[in-house]
Design a protein around this ligand. Structure first.
Ligand code: F0G
Length: 354
């Protein structure tokens, strides 16, 4: 059967009217992988919700299809967002699909190469500021408050509505909610959206339980963990290099209501999980995404789980977004050799390839 995209699939659970255009790039319906080897390692049942297989390569497509459809319904012709990269890629793509103008504000020199390429090729007006994401979001909020431009960051409630559909899919794919939902936390919209989705599905009798929500910030950007905004956030996981999360309260509420927690992981822990995922499970996610697995492993080391507990790690973005970090993470260049069979065989021996 043809998969119609999120708006049609979850029409009755989304703020859709007869006037809402059924915008779609066939987002959602992403796979839930069982991590055989990592489950064995941790003595748990670990799954990966691979959001990198959305049309622009991240979970942002779920919220953006809803936000842009509503912008069109309301007669807007321009959308705008601040972004560490993925939101801008999604905004640019759906604006192109819907025939709207798109303006994106990004922190100069601090977004992954693939994400910049996406915003440019989809035709967004891309402006890089000499400041970080938090500052970009402040500026976008000021401009969209004064001009007829629709704000499509996750402070736009339609973004959260669209993103909550990932929780529906997890319940449907597993047949129930997992014991734990591990997720990276940046601006904190996604953890807020998942928790809303799990609660709604539960209230409707579509899942019998609720997961404990465990969210992970990067150590250099752990505003919620510290309980205060961070002026100059730093992490190699640029997607979550955010010092003053807009949905702070939503994240705290998700953790508290579910009996979970907001914790943090170091860049080294992120890199270890990033490589492990690729090498043991064959899944290439971007560094920020690996914060979910890194966090699960950290809590596992602390003895916080029981044998057989189930956990879903949300892998928010595709590894191809950030080729530079991938190459740096393995600290090796391809071996360049002469174009002969002998030279190639020698190289195979040298690399220990057999
Ligand atoms: N993972 C990736 C790959 C992201 O791009 C983001 C956020 C997050 C996790 C965190 O999600 O903000 O809802 O807590 N990226 C935003 C952007 C900020 O502009 O693309 P969050």
């Amino acid at each position: 059967m043809r998969y119609p995209g999120l708006l049609e699939t979850y029409r009755s659970l989304l703020p859709i009217t007869e006037k809402t255009p059924m915008l779609s790039l066939h987002e959602g319906n992403t796979p839930l992988f069982h991590g055989e080897k990592i489950s064995d390692m941790l003595n748990m049942d670990v799954y990966f919700k691979y959001e990198g297989l959305n049309p622009t390569g991240s979970f942002k497509d779920r919220g953006m299809v809803m936000a842009v459809a509503k912008a069109m319904e309301e007669g807007s012709n321009t959308i705008m967002c601040a972004s560490t990269g993925n939101t801008s890629a999604a905004a640019a793509a759906y604006a192109a699909r819907g025939g709207l103008n798109c303006i994106v504000l990004i922190p100069n020199n601090n977004i992954a190469l693939g994400k910049l390429a996406q915003a440019m090729i989809y035709g967004a007006k891309v402006i890089a500021i000499e400041g970080n994401f938090d500052r970009a979001l402040e500026i976008v909020r000021d401009i969209t408050a004064k001009h007829p431009i629709t704000l499509v960051n996750s402070v736009n409630p339609y973004r959260i509505e669209g993103q909550k559909t990932a929780a529906f899919e997890v319940c449907d794919q597993l047949g129930h909610a997992p014991d734990y939902l591990a997720i990276p936390v940046g601006n904190a919209g996604n953890i807020t959206a998942y928790w809303k989705g799990f609660k709604e599905y539960h209230a409707q009798g579509k899942s019998s339980s609720l997961p404990k929500m465990i969210g992970f910030e990067a150590e250099g950007a752990m505003a919620i963990v510290k309980g205060e905004p961070i002026k100059n956030p730093e992490t190699l996981a640029t997607a979550i290099r955010i010092g003053n999360p807009a949905s702070w309260d939503g994240a705290v509420q998700a953790a508290n209501e579910s009996g979970g927690q907001i914790n943090y992981v170091t860049d080294d822990e992120i890199l270890d999980a990033y490589r492990l995922l690729a090498r043991t499970e064959g899944i290439f996610a971007e560094p920020a995404s690996a914060a979910s697995l890194a966090g699960l492993m950290k809590l596992h080391k602390q003895g916080q789980f029981k044998k057989g507990d189930s956990a879903v790690c949300v892998l928010t973005g595709n590894g191809l977004k950030d080729p530079n970090n991938a190459i740096e993470a393995v600290a090796a260049e391809p071996l360049v050799v002469e174009d002969t069979e002998t030279a190639v065989m020698q190289a195979i021996e040298k690399l220990g390839g057999r």
